[in-house]
Design a protein around this ligand. Structure first.
Ligand code: BG6
Length: 505
């Protein structure tokens, strides 16, 4: 009897899904193309967009940096980067066509260099039919942002025959004053709707899902407030250390690297009011309103740490002070725990505890919403002594998903209640790999959709929230915590004085 091969049943969750690609012809310019971000994230993301068939039919990339390369060597560089960092393997056939889209121009970030770049762009437009539309991606150290934008204005790269957009990496400034100065410089060459301030956390599917979870369901929003929520914990934990980025990290530290941007963005999505529509301005208006209601951080409500040596996942890890290029007396914090307070009707009295750090026990980003205990428990005391309050955990990464913790009767003759979890896992529900955040955001920049990018008012307010703490932290020193732990003891005290404790993710 002939056997028919069994085909997996189609996943009903994927029925009717449409992934809209970009259609407007575009040249994508990467400033700092030979750097770390370009190698690890941008080139692999562009390649994966090509694999998914989402790039415009007429599309080209030009890398611009000081490194001495030509088209050929840039293509080799890009291939090595994609081989090492792409989430999908390189397909030889596709690569041949893809490589033809890649170009390179070496030069400095000044007017002389940008005039040459302008000529190259015209030649690429003629060769690829890209019609003078450009997305300029600033993937350089932040100190070059004003220099590049100014030189682009002086050489009219900001006024190509088609549409121009500029994507600017974080951090946007290093405090409120410098963020305003940078905005002034950028606004001299670009209008606000041409500026895409990127925060890659907003491109993560699970971060976008916070929005869907809250506003596409009727059952959670009624309890999403200070009447029902005891407190919220947001954790951005990394197991890696500072790696080879000491020069960058010494200038940023954990507050400028993670809190001012990634963490406050996640926080504002969790706490904001429902917007009228899923469009750039209504969403950005609500986020800005929430950040305005958030009280600036203070010394009393925050603790800082710096990793000492220790073991992470069984491997020995060096102390921050022993990392290459870190000055031996550095006070740069690699960890923060803080209590944020929101002064509005929904959240007054419900604290949001945040923590972020490098060289922690594991890599995990999650939002845990802990609900209040029931007002009365009609059970014997010993039946409920192990019962934990309800919690809803949004797992941003890894093991992307959501779990709801609640009490259940254990199947025993004596009455005992235990805490159990109900889990949703992205991978098994949608049977699809989650795309990288940079794929989503690069595609949006090419399509001209600014919804997932940050507006200047939120950037400025985020600096206003962290600046007082940064100022106070100029003095004193962080508490050392062992690499591979969950941070310094002071972080536990911060919660225990409120009668609470950190979750073990
Ligand atoms: C970057 C920070 O913005 O985000 C890094 O500069 C950090 O220090 C990284 O490691 C974390 O991103 P992800 O996507 O791995 O959580």
């Amino acid at each position: 009897m002939a056997t028919t091969a069994k085909r997996p049943a189609p996943n009903p969750l994927r029925a009717g899904l449409r992934v809209g690609g970009a259609s407007v012809p575009t040249v994508f310019v990467i400033y700092g193309a030979s750097g770390d971000l370009s190698q690890r994230k941008l080139l692999p993301a562009i390649y994966n967009l090509a694999v998914r068939g989402l790039l415009p039919n007429r599309f080209a990339v030009i890398g611009y940096a000081r490194s001495d390369m030509d088209n050929e060597s840039f293509r080799e560089f890009a291939r090595a980067a994609v081989e090492k960092f792409s989430r999908t393997p390189v397909d030889d056939h596709l690569w041949q066509a893809f490589a033809q889209l890649l170009h390179y121009q070496s030069g400095s970030f000044d007017e002389e260099g940008f005039r040459v770049l302008g000529d190259r762009l015209e030649a690429i437009d003629a060769g690829h039919g890209t019609g003078g539309n450009r997305v300029y991606y600033l993937s350089t150290p932040a100190s070059f942002f004003p220099v590049i934008v100014q030189a682009m204005g002086a050489t009219r790269l900001n006024r190509p025959p088609g549409v121009a957009r500029v994507v600017i990496e974080k951090p946007f400034g290093h405090d409120l004053v410098s963020a305003r100065e940078l905005a002034d410089v950028v606004h001299r060459s670009f209008r606000e709707n041409q500026i895409y301030r990127i925060d890659h956390y907003l491109g993560k599917e699970t971060v976008q899902n916070i929005f869907a979870f809250r506003f596409a369901n009727a059952i959670f929003e009624p309890v999403w407030n200070n009447t029902h929520v005891d407190h919220v914990q947001i954790t951005v934990g990394e197991s890696i250390g500072v790696e080879h980025r000491a020069a960058f990290y010494e200038e940023t530290g954990v507050v400028r690297d993670i809190v001012q941007n990634h963490l406050l963005q996640v926080f504002s999505l969790v706490a904001m009011e429902p917007p009228a529509a899923f469009d750039a301005d209504p969403i950005r208006d609500e986020k800005a309103k929430l950040l305005r209601a958030t009280k600036p951080m203070t010394l009393e409500n925050a603790v800082r740490g710096q990793y000492g040596d220790g073991y992470v996942a069984g491997e020995q890890a060096a102390a921050y002070l022993d990392e290459p290029n870190v000055p031996p007396d550095s006070n740069t914090p690699t960890y923060i725990a803080a209590r944020l307070e929101i002064g509005n009707w929904r959240w007054a009295g419900t604290p949001f505890y945040i923590r972020a750090g490098k060289r922690l026990a594991k890599r995990v980003t999650e939002v845990a919403v802990q609900f209040k205990r029931p007002p009365h428990l009609p059970f014997p005391v010993d039946a409920v002594e192990q019962l934990e309050p309800n919690a809803l955990v949004l797992r941003i990464q890894p093991d992307e998903g959501i779990s709801l913790r609640f009490g259940a009767k254990s199947p025993t003759p004596t009455l005992a209640l235990r805490t159990v979890n109900m889990d949703f896992l992205y991978g098994s529900a949608f049977l699809a790999e989650v795309p990288e955040a940079y794929e989503t955001l690069i595609l949006d920049a090419v399509r001209g959709d600014g919804t997932l990018f940050t507006r200047q008012d939120s950037v400025e307010r985020s600096w206003e929230i962290v600046d007082p703490l940064l100022e106070q932290w100029r003095k004193g020193a962080p508490q050392v915590y062992p690499a591979g732990s969950w941070g310094p003891d002071l972080a536990d005290e911060l919660l225990s004085r409120d009668g609470r404790r950190w979750r073990r993710p």
